[in-house]
Design a protein around this ligand. Structure first.
Ligand SMILES: C[S@@+](CC[C@H](N)C(=O)[O-])C[C@H]1O[C@@H](n2cnc3c(N)ncnc32)[C@H](O)[C@@H]1O
Ligand SMILES: [Zn+2]
Ligand SMILES: [Zn+2]
Length: 234
């Protein structure tokens, strides 16, 4: 029997940046480029691929690209919703129009919750994600140490992490006493790619901007650009 099956590679390395992957977030989502080699190795075109834990349906998209059929299941309603819509053609213009409408309505209701100040160009930008760090207790001075900051100060060498107050070694074995936001990934018109900057509190509306540490010491203060009043952020 002739077969068009590909050998499964020793290792598979892919980026999580392709447009299909980026179209919708889902927990533990797998990029299609990581699934394709498995389908090619174990099936022929036209055969049926089963994924009973399909999540956002990436296996189905990979199968369709390779000319295979797919049966997908997932216990999660969210997974089913995202998966079904990944598998079916959507009119891009209608989708964009409705998406923009939903975003505009949400903005009107809850404010510009993802508005953030770009520290590169000083313009208005949009928050993509915030990275949080655990806060641990120093074994000597008992003070709080932000794990990410200590790692950054140690040049990203874990074995050289130390308490900024007393210099005692810090590791992931120190007791965890909290969490705090440390880094923002933002989308700004000054850059074609995502930018990373130290975390600043969110801007609650178009009239407000964060002081970004320039006019006050507390990073939890925002200042209105019109009335100049400051307010503590939640
Ligand atoms: C690792 S995720 C799969 C992600 C998927 N590969 C993707 O790219 O989006 C595992 C999925 O299994 C689903 N799951 C867990 N228990 C299940 C069950 N008993 N029956 C069906 N699905 C289940 C979860 O809802 C979750 O979406
Ligand atoms: Zn910018
Ligand atoms: Zn200490």
């Amino acid at each position: 029997m002739t077969t068009s099956r590909q050998q499964l590679p020793e290792s598979i390395e892919v980026k999580r940046t392709d447009p299909v992957y980026m179209a919708h977030a889902y927990l533990t989502k797998v990029p299609i480029a990581a699934i394709i080699p498995f389908i090619e190795a174990f099936t022929e075109p036209g055969q049926l691929v089963l994924d009973p834990f399909a999540g956002s349906g990436m296996t189905g998209v990979a199968a369709a690209i390779l000319g295979r059929r797919a049966r997908l299941f997932d216990i999660s309603m969210l997974g089913q919703h995202i998966g079904v819509n990944y598998q079916n053609l959507v009119d891009a213009d209608v989708f964009r129009k409705h998406g923009e409408l939903v975003i505009a309505m949400a903005r009107e209701r809850v404010g510009n919750v993802y508005g953030v100040h770009c520290q590169r160009c000083n313009g208005a930008a949009e928050l993509t994600k915030t990275v949080w760090s655990v806060v641990v207790r120093c074994g000597s001075c008992r003070g709080p140490v932000t794990f990410y900051r200590a790692l950054e100060a140690a040049g990203w060498r874990k074995e050289q992490m130390a308490c900024p107050a007393c210099g005692t070694s810090i590791s992931s074995r120190n007791p965890r006493i909290g969490e705090e936001p440390v880094l923002d990934a933002i989308a700004c018109s000054c850059s074609r790619t995502q930018l990373e900057q130290p975390h600043t509190p969110r801007c609650p509306g178009p009239r407000w901007r964060t002081c970004a540490g320039r006019t006050c010491r507390s990073s939890r203060i925002a200042r209105c650009t019109r009335c100049r009043r400051s307010a503590a952020m939640g």
